[in-house]
Design a protein around this ligand. Structure first.
Ligand SMILES: NC(=O)c1ccc[n+]([C@@H]2O[C@H](COP(=O)([O-])OP(=O)(O)OC[C@H]3O[C@@H](n4cnc5c(N)ncnc54)[C@H](OP(=O)(O)O)[C@@H]3O)[C@@H](O)[C@H]2O)c1
Length: 391
């Protein structure tokens, strides 16, 4: 109670409710409270007690268009067959997931569209209860092709609009006249397209919001500098969200600061470390394109110890950790039990020691793997000046 005693004399009575032994001060209304509380006392208490942690986990974050984005999403990348994904989506919807993440590039929007159509027809869920995200691939990241791709995604999804449309990668790939087939050089390498700027793509995306095809627009795999550039160039609609590789090994603190300063919410992809990929080709001390193991987050001794302490799974600990930092998470699973447990993140909390221990897993830039995956899957994309190996 020491902190409460220190703060109480300078704290207007309506904020006393935020002072309790379990949570001390919740971040919830902290900014508002700070404007009225004697800040010297609060920061003195914070510094000396190390208590200023957010133990709370919101169910959704408000976006810059006023809509609410659910904190726990279901990721659709890398399921093996349409049948497997269909069954997983039915489980996820039944469990209560309302935020779903797909992409034109995952080639499974049609599977999701069929599942949604059935759920709508049976009256089990309404469109407005869902938050659906899809993404513009590098072949479409050009003002002349954005409309083509968004309409193609909407057709596959059998929807009139998506809640959030993201530029999947800041780089652009040159296409054949059909707008879809990538151009490759004589060695089979992707040819990049630098005939338009990222800013021009963004302005075209703003038009799509006005046309009602997406409620919000955002970014994925952008660097902090690129986020700032897009926020500055926006005519009337700034990015609502930035989806990036982010987990306890790669918490992206600098990038998150930039996003927070610009009112951009953050979504973590690969929140469990994406263990489905056992290895990736990255850079090590031995040089480029070495085979590097994925950081084994789910079996990390710190994570498993905290999981044991709370009687939770390592995945729940990793997801709740990000949730308490106000980071939206997308875990992918096609296993019914894991789909359920990955969603069961409320009714318990990580304490300040847990948060500090998980914070200690930060490998900084070494924790990032995704730029390498793009480069390995689409060899040649790294020649684009906007491509980011690590943000
Ligand atoms: N914007 C981008 O560039 C980008 C890139 C990558 C991913 N994403 C999005 O983010 C989502 C998540 O990323 P991700 O799939 O790479 O990584 P992830 O969610 O960190 O990891 C998924 C892997 O973890 C396993 N898993 C899930 N829950 C588990 C649990 N409770 N215990 C043990 N293992 C568990 C899954 O296997 P099972 O299926 O067998 O459970 C799968 O192999 C994607 O599906 C996609 O929507 C976006």
């Amino acid at each position: 109670m020491k902190c409460a005693i220190w703060c109480a004399p300078c704290t207007p009575s309506r904020y006393i409710k935020y002072l309790n032994p379990a949570s001390w001060i919740l971040w919830l209304d902290f900014d508002t409270a700070l404007s009225e509380i004697n800040t010297t006392y609060v920061f003195f208490a914070a510094k000396n007690c190390n208590f200023l942690h957010n133990f709370n986990m919101k169910t959704s974050l408000k976006l810059n268009n006023g809509s609410e984005m659910p904190m726990v999403g279901y990721g659709m990348w890398q399921s093996d067959t349409p049948e497997e994904l269909e069954s997983a989506l039915n489980t996820a919807l039944a469990v209560g997931y309302r935020h779903f993440d797909t992409a034109w590039g995952y080639r499974n929007e049609d599977v999701f569209g069929r599942v949604l159509k059935k759920w709508f027809a049976e009256g089990k869920v309404k469109r407005e209860e869902l938050f659906i995200v899809t993404k513009l691939p590098p072949t479409g990241n050009h003002p002349d092709r954005i409309e083509l791709y968004l309409l193609d995604s909407l057709k596959a999804l059998q929807l009139d609009y998506v809640d959030l449309y993201l530029i999947h990668n800041p780089a652009t790939i040159k296409t054949q006249p059909d707008g879809f087939t990538p151009v490759r050089d004589a060695n089979g390498r992707i040819v990049v397209d630098t005939s338009a700027t990222l800013e021009q793509s963004w302005w075209k995306l703003e038009e799509q919001v006005t046309l009602g095809r997406c409620k919000a627009i955002g970014l994925s795999n952008f660097s902090p500098e690129q986020v700032i550039r897009i926020c500055k160039c926006a005519k009337s609609i700034k990015p609502a969200n930035h989806q990036v590789e982010l987990n306890a090994s790669y918490p992206r603190k600098e990038l998150r600061k930039v996003c927070a300063a610009n009112g951009v919410t953050v979504t973590a992809f690969a929140p469990l470390g994406s263990p489905g990929r056992k290895i990736y080709k990255g850079y090590t001390a031995t040089g480029a394109d070495s085979i590097v193991p994925i950081p084994p987050l789910l079996t990390d001794p710190v994570v498993t110890r905290i999981a044991g302490k709370h009687g939770k799974t390592p995945a729940q600990v990793l997801l709740r950790f990000l949730g308490q930092l106000d980071i939206i998470t997308l875990a992918k699973s096609v296993n019914a039990d894991r789909i359920k447990s990955n969603f069961a993140l409320t009714g318990w909390e990580l304490d300040s020691q847990d948060m500090a221990d998980l914070d200690g897993l930060d490998l900084k830039v070494e924790g990032g793997t995704w730029g390498f995956d793009w480069k390995n899957a689409l060899g040649g994309i790294e020649d684009h000046p906007e491509f980011q190996l690590a943000g």
